[in-house]
Design a binder for this molecule. Structure first.
Ligand SMILES: [Zn+2]
Length: 254
């Protein structure tokens, strides 16, 4: 082989090595994200004592705006795990998504159409994330770094894929089970009452509560009562990011 050709091949291999050493994602602006590698962290509860992160899944839908009015009237922030196309199509509710983001709530991913990620092929699971990322970029200009796996279902390959995309997977430690009793206000509300009755809980790491904004009773009846009770009981009603002490600049990337 002529020496110039050997040199050219060597240079190409060197250049390829350089390229592969550069992080795949473009989210290197955040130090928190930069240090991430390996599978996505999985979070079950808050770390900041006295906080409660109320989370709403499966929207955007018919009640998102009403729920945002309720949150605004109480000056508290919540976390929305939005889908791209489950109950509603995200394009049809773009104004609600944008409003949630602009009003300081944490906007996060719940995948494109709520499939069980471990049951999908790697490319299908990836598409569940990237399709919604594209939709978020169109609506709010960024995409979230927090996500909730549908059904709380993950696998090692899914967490690896999520980690490569700088996601944190958010589970919960309190489940209102509102999907199982959609019209039963008391069944959901009693869970909050039981928590807030235990005053010693205030000094403990806070809680992440799972519920579904596509349920009208949850969004428009349970949410305001639960928030009022949380505030009276001395809790800080915050987003998941805040309840983990993670600065807002880490909640989104390009
Ligand atoms: Zn869901």
């Amino acid at each position: 082989m002529p020496s110039f050709l050997r040199l050219a091949i060597a240079a190409t291999i060197f250049a390829a090595a350089l390229v592969s050493a550069v992080p795949v994602t473009s989210s290197s602006t955040s130090p928190f994200l930069q240090k991430r590698s390996g599978p996505a962290p999985v979070i079950y509860r808050c770390t900041v004592p006295g906080t409660i992160a109320i989370t709403f899944d499966d929207g955007p839908f018919l009640y998102t705006n009403g729920l945002l009015d309720i949150l605004k009237s109480r000056a508290v922030k919540a976390t929305f795990f939005f889908n791209g196309n489950t109950y509603g199509r995200i394009e049809d509710f773009a104004a609600s998504v944008k409003r949630a983001y602009q009003e300081g709530h944490q906007v996060a991913s719940h995948t494109w159409d709520h499939k069980d990620l471990p049951s999908l092929s790697p490319s299908e699971a990836l598409a569940e994330m990237t399709m919604l990322e594209d939709a978020f970029r169109k609506i709010i200009g960024v995409r979230p770094t927090y996500m909730r796996p549908p059904f709380g279902s993950v696998s090692a390959p899914v967490l690896e894929m999520l980690g490569q995309r700088n996601y944190t997977a958010v589970m919960w430690d309190m489940d209102t089970q509102d999907w199982a009793h959609p019209d039963d206000f008391n069944a959901s509300y009693q869970l909050y009452e039981a928590l807030f009755n235990k005053t010693e809980e205030l000094g403990q790491p806070g809680h992440i509560v799972l519920q579904h904004e596509v349920n009208q009773v949850t969004a428009l009846q349970v949410a305001p009562m639960a928030i009022d009770l949380a505030l009276v009981s001395g809790y800080k009603v915050v987003t998941v990011g805040e309840c983990l002490g993670d600065p807002k600049s880490n909640w989104y990337t390009v």
